[in-house]
Design a protein around this ligand. Structure first.
Ligand code: AMP
Ligand code: MG
Length: 419
């Protein structure tokens, strides 16, 4: 069966993916204890159960005072102390007095500022603001409710839960959270040349490394990977894998999508009435990447219902596989897992060297971002082309070189794709 060819610009491919990502329906949910929520997607709101902070909180060790008295240079009598976890029970602060206070303790009523312990002279029970020091009303105090109001929504559905969000949920008293179930992703490696990782390849054979790489990418994008058996470049075997894999939430192929005589993945998908949103992208590496959807159907007519299933055909060369995953699969997969729709992780860095562009193609090349500097710089990793797994592992990002420019110069700020 013939499939219509639709090779699109990189930006258009991304738009197409993000458009479908935005139209997905929310997955089902499960409840997890807070400790199991790392990297999961929130399926509820998180609401402040009380004002945060719940009291006017001192941010310093020092003395709770009236700022106006302290800046006049009056000596103030220290009449007591309040520690974190305690409350001052001696009533409103009287004129001419101060209360020693520790970081995190509630500021006593009547005090409107905390003067740092380092900023006062103390003699016996009297303190005085040091010469030349000033103090504003409210200084070193976070007023009750300034961070959040009781009942206020602090996290919304679709938020990815990392340390910041988990700590916030804990602060609001959540010991468990409702999260979305992770999508199940079927991975099918295709190719007559492939052997499994525990087999000894003949000289002309190669190990199926892509299934493992893709499984890792799926897991880190919030999916649950499953590797189906390798498919030879035979219609029957590919047909079986599609029939099996279409029951999963997402179906990923590696290889078999180029122009070769044995690249049969698209043909077989077409036999399942696949819609193809694109069959290639003007990029390097990754040009043969395919994105589409199998329609829901009942097959045979009184058989098991087969749900709608999105698929990607990723090029077999491992660097192409991983680059196209980051660009297109990751945004769709994250959205399938209930996360707010987001494109690939593009940021900017300064190029360290001159690099050639390529007319008509978006180049996305293995590169290394310097670490440990405030202004990141990036340089390409030498490579032997899109089969070079060793270079891909030496890289920690990809340099994005848009089409239409012959050269990118040292010192140019360019886009990089994080992974
Ligand atoms: P293809 O996209 O099927 O034309 O494959 C392109 C090249 O990618 C092949 O020549 C293989 O060297 C390599 N390749 C294909 N599948 C895999 C795989 N599962 N693991 C590692 N390399 C692969
Ligand atoms: Mg192949």
């Amino acid at each position: 069966m013939e499939t219509a060819v639709r090779v699109v610009e990189f930006d258009e491919a991304l738009d197409i993916v993000l458009q479908f990502a935005g139209g997905l329906k929310a997955p089902s949910t499960e409840i997890l204890t807070l400790l199991d929520c790392e990297a999961r997607v929130l399926a509820q709101t998180v609401v402040a159960d009380r004002d945060q902070p719940p009291f006017d909180r001192s941010t310093r060790d020092g003395f709770a005072v009236r700022a106006s008295e302290a800046i006049r240079g009056d000596g103030l009598t220290v009449i007591g102390q309040v520690r974190a976890g305690e409350r001052w029970t001696g009533g409103t602060l009287r004129t001419g007095t101060a209360i020693e206070i520790m970081t995190g303790a509630p500021v006593p009523e009547g005090a409107d500022a905390v003067v740092m312990v380092e900023h006062v002279e103390r003699s016996g029970e009297t303190i005085r603001l040091q010469e030349g020091r000033s103090l504003r009303g409210g200084e070193n105090v976070v007023p009750r409710g300034a961070e959040a109001r009781a009942g206020g929504v602090l996290l919304t559905e679709g938020t990815v839960l990392e340390a910041a969000e988990i700590a916030l949920a804990a602060a609001c008293g959540y010991s468990s959270l409702t999260v979305f179930r992770r999508p199940r992703v079927a991975i099918v490696a295709t190719g007559d040349e492939l052997v499994e990782v525990d087999q000894t390849p003949d000289e002309q054979q190669i190990r199926n490394s892509n299934s493992y790489g893709i499984a890792a990418l799926v897991a880190s994008a919030g999916g649950r990977p499953g590797r189906l058996e390798i498919a030879r470049d035979l219609r029957e075997e590919l047909w079986e894998r599609v029939a099996q894999g279409r029951m999963w939430d997402l179906l990923l192929f590696s290889g078999g999508v180029s122009m070769g005589q044995y690249d049969l993945v698209e043909e077989v998908l077409a036999e399942f009435d696949a819609e193809f949103f694109f069959t290639g992208v003007k990029m390097q590496p990754g040009k043969p990447v395919v994105f589409g959807r199998l329609p829901a159907r009942q097959h045979p007519p009184n058989g098991t219902p087969e749900p709608e299933c999105y698929f990607f055909g990723l090029p077999g060369n491992p660097v192409s596989t991983q680059v196209t995953f980051h660009c297109f699969v990751e945004p769709l997969l994250r959205a399938m897992g209930g996360a707010a729709v987001q494109g690939p992780k593009f940021v900017q860095a300064t190029l360290e060297e001159d690099v050639a562009g390529k007319a008509g193609l978006m180049r996305i090349l293995p590169a290394r971002l310097t670490s440990g500097r405030v202004t990141p710089t990036v340089r390409l990793v030498g490579w032997q082309g899109s089969g070079d797994l060793a270079a891909n592992a030496r890289a920690n990002c990809y340099a994005v070189l848009p089409p239409g420019r012959e050269r990118f110069g040292a010192g140019d700020v360019i886009t990089i794709l994080l992974r």
